[in-house]
Design a binder for this molecule. Structure first.
Ligand SMILES: Nc1ncnc2c1ncn2[C@@H]1O[C@H](COP(=O)(O)OP(=O)(O)OP(=O)(O)O)[C@@H](O)[C@H]1O
Ligand SMILES: [Mg+2]
Length: 218
């Protein structure tokens, strides 16, 4: 499905200092794979996830998605791929404030070919256990409920690739178990999953675990 070779990414601080975060990432992910990425805080996991999700570009290296070199794909087509193929659960949720859970989950459906967006969004919210909270805005939801709205929004388009950055970081053990069962079901049905976690129990559910350390994955 995608293949990364020698991917690098550096940030520049305000005083001009260069921070090499990703120093040569090699990663191949096949259809139906389920990969957990672990590693210390600040090692670059979210940076890598943003690259995998076509939200950010690497500085160097090769990134092929379904055989095509991503760098050579123009932004409109990248946006289309993102919307049609990728579901993203952000570490900071990124829900729209003052907007109901239902409307937040509907959002990705407004840019694609999907019909009955409100019905689909309501079904996705029911899957994460929030059928009774669809009219609540993020301000009226607990942290774990907001996280589940973010998960519903990632799943509502039936993505072929689910990228989830600490998707259970705010959930209690029982709710974590429910979300992981949902991910298992999706993976058994063919969804490719890449998940970032600090929780070794969560990582164990994946087919394989990779560690990001010193800018490389192993
Ligand atoms: N825009 C930026 N400019 C400068 N430095 C940045 C920028 N974004 C991230 N960094 C730095 O890059 C490193 C990697 O950040 P990243 O968010 O990818 O870490 P992470 O592995 O996801 O950490 P956590 O587990 O805490 O979420 C951090 O040390 C961070 O300070
Ligand atoms: Mg992070």
């Amino acid at each position: 499905m995608f293949q990364l070779a020698n991917i690098t990414k550096a940030y520049r601080t305000r005083d001009g200092q260069r921070l090499d975060i990703l120093r040569g990432i090699d990663l191949t992910i096949g259809e139906g794979d389920y990969v957990a990425i672990v590693g210390g805080s600040g090692t670059g996991k979210s940076t890598l996830m943003n690259i995998l999700g076509l939200l950010d570009r690497p500085d160097g290296g090769s990134f092929r998605f379904h055989g095509d070199e991503i760098a050579s794909i123009a932004e409109p087509e990248r946006a289309r791929l993102r919307n049609r193929c990728i579901g993203f659960v952000f570490q900071q949720f990124h829900l729209l404030p003052r907007t109901t859970a239902l409307d937040n989950v509907c959002l990705p459906l407004l840019y694609g070919p999907w019909d009955s967006p409100r019905r689909r969004a309501a079904e996705a919210l029911a899957k994460v256990g929030l059928a009774d909270r669809i009219s609540h805005t993020p301000e009226q939801l607990s942290g774990g409920q907001q996280q589940r709205v973010a998960i519903a929004r990632a799943l509502v388009t039936d993505p072929t690739l689910l990228l989830a950055d600490e998707p259970t970081g705010n959930l209690d053990p029982a709710t974590t178990g429910e979300i992981l069962s949902l991910f298992d079901t999706l993976n058994e049905a063919g969804t490719t999953i890449v998940l970032i976690t600090h929780d070794s129990e969560v990582a164990r559910r994946a087919r394989r675990t990779l560690r990001l350390q010193g800018g490389v994955l192993f």
